[in-house]
Design a protein around this ligand. Structure first.
Ligand code: COA
Length: 159
C-alpha cells in the first residue's frame, strides 16, 4: 500500500469518479459534487491510498483559514477496514508541523483513531470566531444543519 497526493493529469477523471461513487455509497459521508472532488484532486488536497494500482482509501485536507485545515471525506473501502489504512492516511495528511488540524465527526471509532494520532476533543464553541465562520462557510447548508442542529458532532483538533 502507498499513499500519494499528486496524481497524473490523465488519471484525474477516473480517480474523481471513483471517489465520487465511494462517497455516495458511504452513508456516513456527505456527498460531494464531482467538480469539487476534481478540484481538490488537481490541487493535491486529496491523500489517496493505492494497493496494486487500485484506490483503496482517501482523505481530503482542506484549507479553511490561515494555517487551519479540516480533514474531510475520509474513507477506506469496506473490505479493507481495520488494517491500519485509515490511520496511515490520517498520519500522512497531518504530517505538516506548521498546520493546525480539525476533524468534525459523529462517530466514536473516528474519535478513537484520531485521538491516537494526537487529536484532542474540544468544543466547537471554543474555536475562534473567524475560524468558526470560515468552517460554516466552507460546508454546504445540508452539512451545517446536520452538524449544528440535527445531531451533535464532536470537534477534534490537533494544534
Ligand atoms: C474511518 C475509517 C476511514 C477508518 O479506516 P480504517 O482503515 O478502518 O482505520 P484503521 O484500520 O487505521 O483503524 C481502525 C481500527 O483498526 C485498528 N487497527 C489499525 N491497524 C490495525 C492492524 N494492522 N490490524 C488490526 N487492527 C488494526 C485500529 O487500532 C482501529 O481500532 P479502533 O476501531 O479500536 O479504534 C473507515 O472506517 C471508514 O471508511 N469508515 C466509513 C467512513 C467514515 O466513517 N469516515 C469518517 C467520517 S468522520
Amino acid at each position: 500500500m502507498h499513499i500519494e497526493n499528486k496524481i497524473r493529469k490523465d488519471q484525474i477523471g477516473k480517480i474523481s469518479s471513483q471517489i465520487y461513487t465511494l462517497i455516495r455509497e458511504e452513508k456516513r459521508l456527505t456527498s460531494r459534487l464531482r467538480r469539487d472532488i476534481r478540484k481538490l484532486l488537481e490541487n493535491g488536497f486529496f491523500f489517496l491510498a493505492f494497493d496494486n494500482g487500485h484506490l483503496i482509501g482517501f482523505i481530503a485536507r482542506e484549507n479553511i483559514y490561515k494555517n487551519y485545515y479540516e480533514l474531510k471525506s475520509w474513507l477506506v473501502v469496506p473490505g479493507l477496514r481495520n488494517k491500519g489504512v485509515g490511520t496511515s492516511l490520517l498520519k500522512k495528511a497531518t504530517s505538516e508541523k506548521d498546520f493546525k488540524y480539525l476533524i468534525m465527526t459523529f462517530y466514536d471509532d473516528v474519535i478513537g483513531i484520531s485521538k491516537r494520532q494526537g487529536f484532542r476533543i474540544t468544543s466547537f464553541l471554543k474555536l475562534s470566531l473567524p475560524l468558526t465562520i470560515k468552517i460554516l462557510l466552507t460546508r454546504n447548508p445540508k452539512s451545517v444543519i446536520k452538524h449544528v442542529f440535527k445531531k451533535k458532532s464532536t470537534t477534534l483538533t490537533k494544534w
